[in-house]
Design a protein around this ligand. Structure first.
Ligand code: IMP
Ligand code: MG
Length: 178
């Protein structure tokens, strides 16, 4: 667990991309009641950055779901372990994710958020593993498409480690406990 994961996407590129998307969101949501919902824990870093590039009187909330265990495989089992504090009915909701892998987590969340009748619901993700998709999810704002490698940093973890890395790194095979 000591050696640092090699860089896949460096901090400067990430911030530049998030700032571009923040400007796009600022234009798209002019005059609307926007709630940005970070999906915990992974999205805490990207939402903190994104929020500061969105020049609107937006509200922020968080939801926590359990999907991954302590390993690198998707269980497909999703449950809400911390619900929203805000009522999203009639509001414009932007779900903010760290990464979309199989799509199972977002598919579940999008459906359960839609049931609460927001005025609109869109998805932002920093990273997108397009080739790993099992169910289609509507991603409107995407930072980077990445290959099917296990990444950590910028909020993403391996067994709760490495979330604090200021870049997206690749977790090499020999660092994974099996
Ligand atoms: P999905 O349900 O398979 O799309 O997985 C979504 C969740 O799995 C993300 O919110 C992450 O928490 C986790 N995840 C997927 N791929 C990775 C990865 O490469 N590194 C760290 N976490 C990941
Ligand atoms: Mg996550």
């Amino acid at each position: 667990m000591k050696r640092k994961p090699p860089v896949l996407i460096e901090r400067e590129r990430i911030l530049k991309r998030i700032s571009e998307l923040g400007e796009e969101i600022t234009e798209d949501y002019q005059g609307r009641d926007l709630i940005m919902v970070g999906i915990l824990k992974g999205a805490f870093v990207v939402l903190a950055d994104l929020a500061r590039f969105v020049d609107l009187p937006a509200q922020i909330d968080f939801i926590a779901v359990s999907s991954y265990g302590a390993d690198t495989r998707s269980s497909g089992v999703v449950s809400i372990v911390k619900d929203l504090d805000l009522d999203i009915q009639g509001k414009h909701v932007l779900l903010v994710e760290d990464i979309v892998d199989t799509g199972l987590t977002l598919d579940y969340l999008v459906r359960s958020m839609r049931a609460r009748q927001p005025a609109s619901l869109e998805v932002f993700t920093l990273l997108n593993k397009v080739e790993a998709r099992k169910v289609e999810v509507p991603v409107k704002y995407c930072g980077f498409d990445i290959p099917r490698v296990f990444v950590v940093g910028y909020g993403l973890d391996y067994a709760e480690h490495w979330r604090q890395l200021p870049y997206v790194g690749i977790l090499e095979e020999d660092l994974i406990d099996r």
